[in-house]
Design a protein around this ligand. Structure first.
Ligand code: NI
Length: 176
């Protein structure tokens, strides 16, 4: 399949699908999931981004893809039914962005380390743990599966400012 055919449109805030709680992937979903995973990776790399959750492409399933360093050492990981099973009390603050809120960035404070359990395409269980960018990315993407966006961690003042700026940008983009 050509790269172009793999690309999916990314939903932008305030699309209501981005606020839905996604359901767990079941064995019956695996055919759809196996189609979706390469489409999600292609869409994420093209954007470009380091993580993408299924609801961002309109699929309300518990599935995310990540690749923290696609240009250096590509490490694509598809996580099916991921869940945070342990996290540190220590917090870390990093600047985050989101493909569903293009060009908007803000500092977000989260646990600095997490361990996540997930399944692969064959149904095997795995765990991944880490701090730094990996911890922030895992939490950000898993949040998407619960309809949570990084702006939800900001003060209402900051959030409203950012959402207004996004709405204005999107309006201008459409007008062009
Ligand atoms: Ni995001």
């Amino acid at each position: 399949m050509s790269e172009q055919k793999l690309l999916l449109p990314i939903l932008i805030v305030p699309d209501p699908l981005l606020r839905k709680v996604c359901r767990a992937v079941t064995p019956d979903d695996m055919k759809r999931v196996k189609t979706l995973i390469p489409q999600m990776f292609a869409t994420m790399y093209k954007a470009p981004g380091i993580g993408l959750a299924a609801p961002q492409v309109g699929a309300l399933l518990r599935l995310v893809v990540i690749d923290l360093a696609p240009e250096k050492v590509p490490t694509p990981i598809a996580l099916i039914n991921p869940e945070v099973i342990a996290k540190s009390e220590d917090k870390a603050t990093r600047e985050e962005g989101c493909l569903s809120l293009p060009d908007q960035y803000a500092d977000v404070t989260r646990p600095s380390w997490v361990r996540v359990r997930y399944q692969d395409e064959e149904g095997h269980k795995h765990e991944i743990e880490g701090d730094g960018l990996l911890a922030a990315c895992l939490q950000h993407e898993i949040d998407h599966l619960n309809g949570v966006l990084f702006v939800d961690y900001l003060s209402s003042l900051k959030r409203n400012m950012l959402l207004r700026r996004l709405a204005k940008d999107q309006k201008e983009r459409k007008a062009r």
